[in-house]
Design a protein around this ligand. Structure first.
Ligand SMILES: Cc1cc2nc3c(=O)[nH]c(=O)nc-3n(C[C@H](O)[C@H](O)[C@H](O)COP(=O)(O)OP(=O)(O)OC[C@H]3O[C@@H](n4cnc5c(N)ncnc54)[C@H](O)[C@@H]3O)c2cc1C
Length: 392
């Protein structure tokens, strides 16, 4: 039990998940996740709505907007139970964990009433339009622009690496609304429908062979003048608030999923004999210890003022997970270098590709962990300058 957890809450969540995943959603177990976002989308969307209908989405939101005002400890307990049940990867997580909390913080009443309920019910999916070809770590360099015309914002520009844009109904777009403004001045945080004219989504193929993210082109795309979060020109402050959510609390409960992956790596190491290798055994033990540290650090973040703990969380989990991916490859030995079915069926020669196994996919996708939501170098800069007070 996590300190601060409501007695009985975890058991209630566990029982509900067990029952819900036993019936019509049994086939959804384990679907989706990094490198596997294409799996069972329609079923996972139905699952998202089922969760919403039974009050298991947006647990931390105020009751007024359909949440349970659940304390962080309960939210973490739910994430743990969710992973334990092998429930499918959520399709609505960007809405629930990124834009939703930002709407709660900066939205006016009308915006809250408009945007929060469909997120909570799983009816509208979101994507994040921050990065551009020349603005990633240096986000203040965004060039996508918008101007007011006939009561609407008209948006022009390009975003890139936009996760799940191909299934999203809405995008929160950081763009320049004051012509001639520079850096973090003159930006606005617009809420833009993805299905209207002027929006083109082109998938980008990743190392895993799947396309979880996309290029998004706005060519005169439109959104209502009222769909700006915070004041026009004050978008940088709003955008930073979203990043706080992305790097902090939303990852609290993920250790249980990591534990499952580590168990798979250990099981493979036993099967292949890699566990008898003293160096690999050392790395396995270290991975286990560091995962315990990660959970303890997450628990510290439940305190009233999570400062340094929150900044190091993203750096710590992503570096750990990337190392786990490397270990997943190492314990497979040479077999890890070949896709299933390749050699046997002679597909190499034919230039065709076989399926990645779970550990290969873990290895390939975990390369991205230290890049998205702020790269490791950027996290180290933040810790050095803002937490430790070191010179720039
Ligand atoms: C899987 C995945 C999903 C993503 N999903 C989204 C999404 O949904 N929406 C979205 O907007 N973006 C998304 N991104 C983009 C992501 O936020 C950017 O890739 C990230 O911010 C880095 O920007 P960049 O790729 O332009 O690299 P750059 O900023 O060009 O960085 C290149 C390298 O230089 C280093 N570097 C840059 N600046 C500094 C500095 N000041 N000091 C030290 N080192 C520095 C970086 O750490 C990196 O190693 C996603 C990325 C990935 C990999």
């Amino acid at each position: 039990m996590i300190p601060g957890e409501t007695p009985g809450f975890r058991e209630q969540a566990r029982a509900w998940l067990e029952e819900a995943l036993g019936g019509e959603f049994a086939a959804a177990r384990g679907l989706g996740g990094p490198g596997r976002e294409h799996e069972g989308h329609d079923l996972r969307l139905a699952w998202e709505r089922h969760l919403g209908a039974h009050g298991w989405t947006c647990l931390g939101w105020p009751e007024r907007y359909g949440g349970r005002a659940a304390p962080l400890a309960d939210q973490m307990a739910f994430h743990e139970e969710y992973a334990r049940a092998d429930a499918p990867a959520r399709v609505g997580h960007i809405g629930e964990t990124l834009v939703g909390p930002t709407v709660l913080e900066f939205g006016d009443e009308e915006q809250k009433e408009r945007f929060l309920p469909p997120i909570r019910r799983g009816e509208e999916l979101w994507c994040q339009g921050y990065s551009e070809p020349d603005a990633g770590s240096d986000l203040a360099a965004v060039r996508t622009s918008a101007r007011l015309e006939g009561g609407e914002w008209v948006i022009t520009g390009q975003k890139v690496w936009t996760s799940l844009a191909h299934v999203a109904d809405w995008c929160f777009v950081l763009c320049r609304t004051e012509p001639g403004s520079r850096r973090h001045h003159g930006l606005s945080y617009l809420l833009v429908p993805m299905r209207g004219p002027g929006v083109t989504v082109r998938p980008i193929t990743q190392l895993t062979g799947t396309s979880e993210f996309n290029e998004v082109f706005f060519d005169g795309a439109r959104t209502a003048a009222g769909n700006v979060l915070g004041a026009p020109g004050d978008g940088w402050r709003v955008a930073m608030a979203t990043l706080r959510h992305e790097r902090g609390a939303s990852t609290l409960g993920q250790q249980l999923g990591f534990r499952r992956e580590l168990a798979k790596v250990v099981e493979t190491a036993r099967r292949t004999g890699a566990a008898d290798d003293p160096v690999l055994r050392d790395r396995l033990v270290r991975a286990w210890l560091e995962l315990e540290v990660m959970r303890l650090n997450a628990l510290r973040m439940l305190g009233p003022d999570p400062g340094p703990e929150a900044s190091i969380a993203k750096l710590y989990w992503s570096e750990w997970h990337r190392r786990l991916g490397e270990l997943a490859q190492a314990v497979q030995g040479r077999a890890g270098l070949v896709r299933a079915g390749l050699v046997k069926a002679g597909l190499v020669k034919a230039g065709l590709v076989g399926e990645l196994n779970e550990l290969q996919r873990l290895y390939l996708f975990s390369r991205a962990d230290t890049i998205y939501a702020g790269s490791s170098e950027i996290q180290r800069n933040i810790i050095a300058e803002r937490t430790l007070g070191l010179p720039r």
